[in-house]
Design a protein around this ligand. Structure first.
Ligand code: NAD
Length: 425
């Protein structure tokens, strides 16, 4: 089969290129036709707008805003909005595709999208950011919509920005439309359980994988890289289920305690210490924070940044299981090394999809005009994550591929079949 090769991206270990490489491998395994391959490779819609904003000093500054809908085959596009100085169309396109696969793998009725505005929110006042969010929303008024494209927070944006987006969209439509965006503050229709959702999904998929590997959680050790939202919740919930968390880390360094770290204590310390673990006394600081990845543990959870398991260190990883809380922590080249070593990796598009799953629940609740309890949210998201894991595991057996390629196979197959039923022109 002669697919058109994925667009080259300069850096060979670039996580987005790695994602496209896996898409390519999975498409081949699946025997996807060249026509459908090209339909799924290219974004459905790309919108670039110019946003003139009056800054606090009275001068007008023009920002570039982007929204890419990679696919709306399964349903309305879903994906975050990134405010960062280096936002680029190529990156947004790849991130939008990533969302398509993530939503499809957990079987929620969404396509994939992503947005971005090239700006530095750290150097802007709240008023400037608010005007930028409102201008971006108005410029995208025909793109966004609860049945068309549903944004969410990403790097540089949070509940505050989503509240402004919802308000601007609602004003333009003369009514409150809270289902147009997720990740809102609770009072505006945000969902209970969203904060812990991604870490919770990491826990559910980790336990499901441990069952397959016959690792007893009560005798298992675990190291977690990153102690922000995903890493700290994953640590806490895994500890609650019996695992001994022997190492955690954040930007200040990595901390190791062979007897297990008390995660509640670590969270309380971080929260009282400007958000970092610096000088945490419940564990010893490792000389090199990257050594956390190479510890002799049963489970390793990278939950910080992309591209940390690469050809530079993959052969020294000793964990039996890797569960990817972060997006893109393992490069495509490292995959082969991990496979040769017999290490199972639950891939990002599956392991961290608990977040988008509860975002979907937020949208469902908004449309119902009803609020679910945290217990209901957790029960339903746990079931979705466990079903998705089982599905991917079955595909890995059927196609004789690692879980990562299996996850892409499940996702691509679902989108391709739906496209075929719906038909093109
Ligand atoms: P966060 O900002 O809350 O936390 C990030 C943590 O990583 C912080 O503790 C930070 O100090 C630490 N960190 C940064 N660089 C590090 C390094 N080089 N080594 C060790 N630690 C480092 O972010 P988050 O929301 O927890 O997201 C973490 C990852 O999970 C990202 O890749 C993100 O894209 C992904 N993710 C998050 C969600 C979500 O719902 N929050 C959903 C899906 C995927």
């Amino acid at each position: 089969m002669a697919y058109i090769e994925p667009a080259p991206i300069k850096d060979k270990e670039n996580p987005l290129e790695s994602m496209m490489e896996r898409f390519h491998i999975a498409a081949e395994k699946l025997g996807l036709s060249e026509e459908i391959y090209n339909v799924l490779k290219n974004p459905a819609k790309q919108v670039i707008v110019s946003l003139p904003i009056t800054m606090d000093n009275g001068k007008i500054k023009v920002f570039e805003g982007i929204r890419v809908i990679h696919s709306n085959i399964l349903g309305p596009a879903k994906g975050g909005i990134r405010f960062a100085p280096d936002v680029h169309l190529d990156e947004v396109r790849a991130l939008a595709a990533w969302m398509t696969w993530k939503c499809a793998v957990v079987d929620i009725p969404y396509g994939g999208g992503k947005g971005g505005v090239r700006c530095n929110p750290r150097e802007m006042s709240a008023g400037e950011i608010e005007r930028l969010v409102r201008a971006y929303t108005l410029a995208m008024i025909d793109v966004f919509g609860p049945d068309k494209d549903i944004p969410a927070p990403d790097m540089g944006t949070g509940p505050r920005e989503m509240a402004w987006l919802m308000d601007e969209y609602s004003k333009a439509h003369g009514m409150t439309v809270n289902a147009v965006v997720t990740g809102k503050p609770l009072v505006l229709g945000g969902s209970l359980g969203r904060t812990e959702a991604t870490g919770r999904g990491v826990m559910v998929t980790a336990l499901a994988a441990m069952q397959k590997l016959k690792i007893n959680p009560f005798q298992a050790t675990c190291a977690v890289q990153g102690f922000g939202n995903v890493g700290s919740w994953a640590s806490l919930l895994l500890e609650e289920r019996g695992l001994k968390i022997v190492a955690i880390s954040d930007i200040s360094g990595a901390y190791y305690n062979a007897d297990g770290i008390n995660i509640q204590e670590a969270i309380a310390y971080r929260d009282s210490n400007k958000g970092t673990l610096e000088n945490f006394k419940g564990a010893e600081k490792l000389a090199d924070a990257m050594d956390l990845l190479e510890l002799e543990v049963d489970v390793l959870v990278p939950a910080a940044v992309e591209d940390v398991i690469t050809i530079a260190n993959a052969d020294r990883i000793k964990a039996k299981l890797i569960v990817e809380g972060a997006n893109g922590p393992t490069s495509a080249k490292a995959d082969a090394i991990l496979n040769d070593k017999g290490i199972m990796a639950v891939p990002d598009i599956l392991a961290n999809a608990g977040g988008v799953t509860v975002s979907y629940f937020e949208w469902v609740q908004n449309r119902l005009g009803y609020k679910w309890t945290a217990e209901r949210v957790n029960r339903r998201s746990d079931r979705i994550m466990k079903d998705a894991f089982d599905h991917v595991y079955e595909a890995s057996i059927k196609y004789q591929v690692p879980l990562r390629i299996a996850a892409y196979i499940v996702a691509i197959d679902k989108v391709a079949k739906t496209y075929t039923y719906r038909g093109g022109f």
